[in-house]
Design a protein around this ligand. Structure first.
Ligand SMILES: [Zn+2]
Ligand SMILES: [Zn+2]
Length: 244
């Protein structure tokens, strides 16, 4: 009784003197960086299932790789997202983006870390913001997550290797072709030697159509990266693609 009280007190002190709260709704939970049972039930964890390349849930007729990846292998050799994008998981991304909540980055990294592929010569590279956006916000949310992933996995993070050379408008509402055109050539590599031969693990918060990540991958491969992978917190999945 007394010992458990001491343990709780010690953990509370470590956790900024607050009891752990559900990252979804804020109710008090027993474990740090976790979700309450109600939120847990609502979240669609994607994990390592789905297409071995792009990670989207497979149709009954497909085996390990989806038809699209077979027809045209994407530049990103392996994409994984921890959860499907919905109101709850979007809420976390928004609180991280505008609130600089390191606890949120830790929660995301906890669920993203197991999805990072094995291999040598790996580097974590957050999808960059343009410097004007970085200045106005003060931080890059994907870099916060990359740092937490680095702590968990022991892989170095290179937050300034990939730069966004021009500001791009929000891609929401654009067709896939418009998106591709908008982000084409928007990225550059600071030090090509640091990329050559490496497996780059791009880190992003939310994956929608993937055009931004594809443009990053294109730049990285041109600079000599051996392989580009992507790990994100949430991805947009059509309800019909989820097999509940
Ligand atoms: Zn909750
Ligand atoms: Zn695929």
């Amino acid at each position: 009784m007394l010992w458990s009280a001491v343990k709780v007190a010690a953990r509370a002190a470590l956790d900024f003197a607050l009891p752990p709260r559900c990252a979804g709704c804020g109710s008090i939970v027993g474990d740090v960086h976790s979700f309450c049972p109600d939120c847990w039930k609502q979240i669609e964890f994607l994990g390592n299932s789905g297409c071995t390349t792009c990670g989207i849930p497979l149709q009954a007729t497909e085996q390990d790789t989806c038809g699209r990846c077979l027809a045209q292998p994407p530049r990103i050799a392996r994409s994984r997202a921890a959860v499907a994008y919905d109101d709850l998981t979007r809420g976390l991304a928004i609180r991280l983006k505008y609130g600089r909540k390191v606890a949120i980055a830790r929660t995301m990294a906890r669920f993203m870390a197991p999805l990072v592929g094995e291999g040598d010569e790996r580097l974590l590279v957050p999808v960059p913001l343009h410097r004007t956006r970085l200045w106005s916000r003060g931080f890059n949310q994907s870099a916060l997550v990359a740092r937490e992933l680095s702590r968990r996995l022991g892989i170095s993070v290179e937050a300034s290797m990939l730069r966004r050379t021009r500001r791009t408008p929000p891609l929401k509402g654009m067709s896939p072709v418009q998106r591709r055109k908008t982000v084409a050539g928007a990225f550059a590599i600071a030090d090509r030697a640091a990329v050559a031969g490496k497996t780059i693990i791009l880190v992003d918060d939310v994956l929608t159509t993937g055009s931004t990540a594809e443009a990053c991958a294109r730049t990285l491969r041109r600079a000599g990266a051996a392989r580009v992978e992507l790990v994100s917190w949430a991805r947009v999945v059509k309800p019909s693609q989820l097999m509940r």
